[in-house]
Design a binder for this molecule. Sequence first.
Ligand code: SAM
Length: 245
Amino acid sequence: MKIYSKPDSRLRHNRKSRCLSSEADKAKSCFLQKSLAKCRVVGHDRLLECQPRTLDFYREHAREYCRFTANLSVGELYIPFLKEISKGSRILDAGCGSGRDTKAFSAKGFAVTAIDASPQIARMARDLTGQPCRVLSFQEMDFRNEFEGIWACASLVHVPRRDVSDVLRRLARALKPLGILYVSLKEGKGEIITPDGRLFCNYSLTEYAELLTADGLFKVAKVWKSKAVDSSGQVWLNFLARKTA
Ligand SMILES: C[S@@+](CC[C@H](N)C(=O)[O-])C[C@H]1O[C@@H](n2cnc3c(N)ncnc32)[C@H](O)[C@@H]1O
């Protein structure tokens, strides 16, 4: 199997982000240059071999990655998700990255539990939010019936295809009955490795909707596509899925 890998469009998208200090700009520019290396084709064996490199990437680039993703303006995405849960309820920020969304939800009065598989990223999230962030992978989560909402923004993209059903089961188990899950993923086909070494698993809308609804785990409440604001044309898939009672 051949897999075509291309740069992460979120990075390209972020090229235009505003209001960064010159130090942050420098770090960002250097980071982007590395990330925007040429597209390449890799074999499946290489893909499997490279999978742990996703976390290597976040270890090596935690500071600069968090520095610019913390400033992204994603407030529009919160609206449909927060409409589904009552004030003060518990949210799991799954793969929280910089802690940007944990911070925003906490400020709105929600009780947020933040997790991330990368210890270096978790440290950055703690610094930003002043709250705990557990170092925990999706594959190891064992929450039961604890959250009204789960926020998985651009994080399940890194779950290898073979782990997806198990991870979705764990997410469903973590939710209370009728709890709501938000997921965003890149539209595309199959597993790829970006030039920076990260594994991304991309989907079509119907493909991921089928995974969410398999075994009656979730009902899809809303799906929509959003476009990166750069010329990459990368389309993001957004899902709100309700745990069945
Ligand atoms: C593309 S970033 C998105 C971060 C944040 N949600 C945001 O929207 O800015 C993906 C995050 O998922 C984390 N991650 C990757 N694989 C993971 C796994 N298996 N379990 C938990 N977190 C993971 C990474 O460390 C990283 O912080």
